[in-house]
Design a protein. Sequence first.
Length: 401
Amino acid sequence: MNKSNNDYYTLLELERTCNENDIKKAYRKLAMKWHPDKNLNNKDEAEKKFKEISEAYEVLSDTEKRGLYDKYGKDGLNGGNGGMGDPTDMFRQFFGGQDMFNGGMFNGGIPSRNNNKQNVIVKEVLLTLKEIYTGVNKNIEIEKNVIMDNKGNICVKNTTENCTTCNGVGLVNKTQQIAHGFFTQSTIKCHNCDGKGYKIHPSFKITSIKEIINININKGIEENEQIILKNKGHINPIDGTFCDVVLIIKEVKETKFKRRNQDLIYTHEISLFQALSDTEFYINNLKGEILKINIDEIINTNTIKIIYGQGLPYKNNTRSKYGNILITFNISYPKEITDIQKNILKENFKDFFTPKTFISNAKNVVLHNYNNQNNEENNNNEENNNNEENNQNRNVQCAQQ
């Protein structure tokens, strides 16, 4: 078979008498050299070469496929031996499927096409419910990395140089003796550039600066909603672009209202007397108005009252412009009452009392105040008391016999 530029042996720079180890070494060297993420300035050529190298390795590293190729050429591989796999998957599998750098083979330590996604700055923005109600204009402080020259100017181009230790690859081969006459070779992250493949040119330096960005937050924004600030974050030294900043909205937890979507939940404390008769109280809404509340009916722990249109605004106004205020109640019971008070209650509420039922064989028990910490201990003591009582009953029966 005549050799050509797309001959698999030629692509891997190998002789036809090469062995399996020679094929692996050739692929390791050329795949790292032509990986697209290492050749951003000539990406099209690199992708083509990387695919050709991967295809050559896939065939020559397989004994059956290599035999067919040696005998019939590429035509011999069309008989059901499968097509070319994903070159990137093959690359990762070759290196053990491990993330050689922080965040991925070429997506973390070595800046790649997706590097800006890896270095996104995430910052929480705290808002009160009143700010969410009205909308707000805020100044956000962002701390980010930039590249500066010796005069303090921010620079974005020609600020890096290839690492001389790994020749820009980010990886180096390490040979280690494991026994007399036996050696093992592994590929590790370059210590000189920390696996990046580049170093900042001596004329420049990476500096952390703080920048104030003014943003407008629309009213009705949701908890955990994100605001994306494009190109406001760290610099990517390879291509001079800037990553994004992601702002995550967080609410300041207030005691007056609790938020449920666009509704506001207000819990009001009332006495037992107010729950049974009537009550009047006031609520300050987020608009700054004072709302007067009158209730002249019996209130129980499940009672919920609603004030329409006094909640948070809807952003899209799909159903209505504003949510509602929901009023729930905590009823405060007296800790103790006198016998006279008990009699007054019985006299005035006798229709509500359930008549006592007498069961002759019912067993008296001792009630305790519930304490979660001592509950198990009290339970064991009660059980021991019951066991002692049962033993005494058995002893009495035996004595009688």
